[in-house]
Ligand binder design. Structure first.
Ligand code: HEM
Length: 180
């Protein structure tokens, strides 16, 4: 179970790291959360569907930093052909979600952290859009995916609601190397 709580914690840390590197996106996220929540004191689960920019930040973080970059290895049960490649039965298959999330044929300015790319877009994390598959897709998709809302979205929203985050003075955002 520990690895599953770690995946959510890692997603929150990556989101905060990107936001510290991109303070304008952080302000935008905070403005949205703080204007919705006002003086209530905390964000609860019912609030998160009303926070589209927060959702966009989570998607953009998972596009650039999928927590399982190669998903989970799978073995083919039968011979198949994918995009003209013949794949024998019992082949170990890795899906490189990290590269897919940065594919210039699927994304404009793929290396840029830009949550706004999801505003007005139907692309979601639920395995229906193959350019964004941090939870995998198909019948073995992550069953903990919906827990993400209670873990990643909610904790990130509260951390942004309560605190302004910035790098320690000695570290400049542009010097941070976020590649794996
Ligand atoms: C941000 C959080 C999480 C991420 C990014 C994530 C990602 C993934 C990925 C990529 C897979 C492989 C899917 C595939 O091969 O197509 C997976 C599988 C799985 N995940 Fe998650 N996960 C997260 C949280 C959780 C949580 C909270 C739980 C449980 C409470 C969970 C339980 C599982 C299980 C049991 C599988 C294996 C499913 C199978 O093989 O049938 N995950 N997860």
């Amino acid at each position: 179970m520990a690895q599953f709580t770690n995946t959510s914690a890692a997603a929150v840390v990556w989101a905060l790291t990107h936001l510290m590197k991109n303070p304008r996106s952080m302000e935008k996220g905070q403005e949205e959360i703080r204007s919705l929540i006002g003086t209530k004191g905390f964000v609860d689960e019912d609030d998160t569907p009303k926070l589209p920019h927060l959702k966009a930040i989570v998607k953009e973080t998972m596009r650039l930093q999928p927590i399982a970059p190669l998903l989970v290895p799978r073995e083919t049960t039968a011979e198949c052909i994918i995009d003209r490649y013949e794949i024998a039965a019992k082949t170990l298959v890795y899906v490189n979600a990290w590269t897919i999330g940065r594919d210039p044929e699927a994304w404009n300015n793929p290396e840029e952290f830009d949550p706004d790319r999801f505003v007005g877009s139907c692309i979601d994390l639920k395995g229906q859009h193959y350019e964004l598959i941090p939870f995998g897709a198909g019948r073995r998709i992550c069953p903990g995916m919906l827990m993400r809302i209670a873990t990643v979205d909610l904790s990130l929203a509260n951390l942004l609601y309560k605190f302004n985050w910035e790098m320690p003075m000695v570290i400049k955002g542009e010097d941070m190397d976020l590649d794996w």
